[in-house]
Design a protein around this ligand. Structure first.
Ligand code: BJW
Ligand code: ZN
Length: 245
């Protein structure tokens, strides 16, 4: 299986990658679902919503403040680094991520499409002003804008639209891809998970890297079972591929 997947990746000139929380798990960033996916007694579906924020902005901010601290302490791992090598070896490449932690960019990835926003952005619910704020912990919860309005994290919650242009860019990347590599996502959140059947409908081979079976495993060409920090370095060699033809 691994050998076949290596060959598909080696031969492809156009590659797309879809990542989820699992790629950052080995960096110490908790995933949403499965073991370690709970914060206090809450499920992410109860906190990552506009309704939860309206009801209790302080509670939602406590969760984000805790995650921001975990992310600030984290370093990119061998999985993030392998994807940087892959990007550098391909003439056409896009890394589509559901993650808000910024670890792909910190590892050196450049062609990144962020579907669910960025945990280091804050946006005023009153005047709409958005800014970067990397302070951990935040001095005041919930934080406030200079205009007095409440600030919210610059991320995409359930029921909200993706950032302008992000979905179109992701769809385009997947339509063009000969190979889609799906790493560390449970593939239950849409529209992101819909990129997998789209890639297949457009003729791409889809390779999954995940220690567990997922909602999409049964329909995929190849599922590699194991942690991203182990499988991705084995899949993507250290020497950049020389592209011919
Ligand atoms: C490892 C590992 C290791 C562990 N190595 N792997 C169609 C059908 C049904 C529902 C919908 C639909 N279309 C839309 C919906 C509704 C909804 C949805 O999908 N609901 C489902 C849950 C049922 N979607 C939305 O609401 C989306 N918006 C939308 O559709 O808007 C429409 C609209 C249009 C126009 C105007 C207005 C509206 C938005 C979805 C936003 C999701 N937001 C979150 C929070 C982001 C901010 C934050 O970080 O706090 O995104 S929720 C959370 O889930 C987060 C993640 O990005 C996302 C996906 O999770 P992910 O990454 O897959 O993580 P896990 O934890 O689930 O899985 C981790 C995996 O890693 C596991 O498989 C492990 O095995 C594995 N793993 N260790 C590799 N070492
Ligand atoms: Zn404001």
């Amino acid at each position: 299986m691994l050998e076949k997947a290596r060959e598909w990746i080696r031969e492809a000139r156009s590659v797309a990658v879809l990542t989820g929380a699992g790629i950052s798990a080995e960096s110490g960033v908790p995933t949403f679902r499965g073991p370690g996916g709970l914060w206090r007694q809450y499920r992410p579906e109860e906190l990552a919503t506009p309704e939860a924020f309206r009801r209790d902005p302080r509670l939602v901010w406590e969760w984000y403040d805790w995650r921001r601290q975990r992310i600030a302490q984290a370093r990119p791992n061998a999985g993030h680094e392998a994807l940087v090598r892959l990007e550098r070896s391909k003439p056409r490449f896009w890394l589509i991520t559901q993650n808000v932690d910024g670890l792909h960019e910190r590892a050196g990835s450049r062609r990144v499409i962020k579907l669910h926003g960025d945990i280091w952005l804050v946006r005023c619910v009153a005047c709409g002003r958005e800014q970067r704020d990397e302070r951990v912990p935040l001095p005041e919860l919930p934080p406030r804008c200079a205009c007095g309005g409440l600030l919210r994290p610059g991320v995409v919650w359930f029921g909200e639209a993706l950032p302008p242009g992000a979905w179109e860019a992701a769809e385009q990347a997947v339509r063009e891809a000969e190979v889609l590599l799906v790493v560390g996502t449970s593939a239950v959140v849409y529209p992101a998970a819909g990129l997998i059947p789209l890639a297949q409908a457009c003729g791409a081979r889809v390779i999954e890297v995940n220690p567990e079976e997922t909602a999409m495993s049964a329909r995929l060409d190849c599922s590699l079972r194991g942690p991203a920090g182990v499988i991705l370095p084995a899949l993507i060699p250290s020497e950049p591929n020389v592209q011919t033809g």
